[in-house]
Design a protein around this ligand. Structure first.
Ligand SMILES: [Zn+2]
Length: 253
């Protein structure tokens, strides 16, 4: 099944090369489904344009005023990066503001695991089959993206989206991190299937101190399975366990 979001592509000339960027992230807002138990996002006017215009008074010729909104959200809402601190309370030194740029801007590859459906484990055999199908070789320093096919249900069937996706088992995620990956990303709300309350991915990523990225979109719109890079830009929220992020893939034309 194809994904629901459009695939906004932009080509930008950088350092004399034509680089195409593809958005891999969702919006952050009150209507985005949240992981069971997490808080929803709320926005409100802290100061409207009218209010600030009034307080500037007649001494100012500035015609508009300055609109400012407040935000309440969960640090794991929408497309987001999980800091290592999210997985293990003893890792407070690895909160989201401490994630380094070489973990966030990397060479990448993507694989299709949508043949694994429902609340089951993704085995190492399945991962190797998907890597073979895509003719992808993993290298240290890379980010691997995997597509489960659950994302198209995020708006039309949010309950299905939040509960009916597979997750890597312990052997698969351990093997992937053994290849030297610095980040794993998926379209699913979590790397761990909700059917396994032992959370093998969160456990192994805590031990290895490796981040991961959840609720991506447009993975299947990346034209090649490798020869591209990804960028994830979580905000530097001090001491938080994750952050919604701007996410994108990019490649040279
Ligand atoms: Zn998360």
């Amino acid at each position: 099944m194809s994904e629901t979001n459009p695939a906004p592509l932009s080509t930008i000339e950088l350092f004399g090369k034509k680089i195409t960027f593809l958005d891999l992230g969702k919006e952050v807002g009150p209507d985005i489904p949240v992981y069971p138990g997490h808080m929803k996002t709320a926005f409100w006017w802290h100061k409207t344009h009218e209010e600030t215009k009034f307080s500037l008074g007649e001494a100012s010729k500035y015609p508009y005023g300055f609109g400012v909104k407040g935000i309440v959200t969960c640090d794991h809402t929408s497309t987001h990066v999980d800091a290592v601190y999210h997985f293990d309370p003893s890792k407070s030194h690895l909160s989201v503001d401490k994630i380094t740029l070489p973990e966030l801007i990397t060479p990448s590859a993507w694989i299709d695991l949508s043949f694994v459906t429902g609340r089951v484990h993704i085995t190492l055999d399945a991962v190797k089959k998907a890597l073979d199908n895509a003719q992808v070789t993993l290298k240290p320093g890379m980010t691997l993206l995997y597509w489960t096919g659950i994302e198209p249900y995020s708006i039309s069937e949010p309950n299905r989206y939040l509960t009916q996706y597979p997750g890597l088992n312990k052997e698969a995620t351990t093997w992937l991190l053994d290849q030297g990956l610095v980040n794993i990303g998926t379209d699913a709300p979590s790397l761990d299937t909700p059917a396994d309350l032992d959370y093998p991915n969160h456990t192994v990523h805590a031990e290895r101190e490796i981040i991961h990225t959840e609720s991506l979109v447009n993975i299947t719109k990346i034209p090649k399975h490798n020869d591209f890079c990804v960028g994830f830009f979580p905000l530097k929220f001090v001491g938080l366990t994750g952050s919604p992020c701007r996410a994108f893939a990019f490649w040279e034309e």
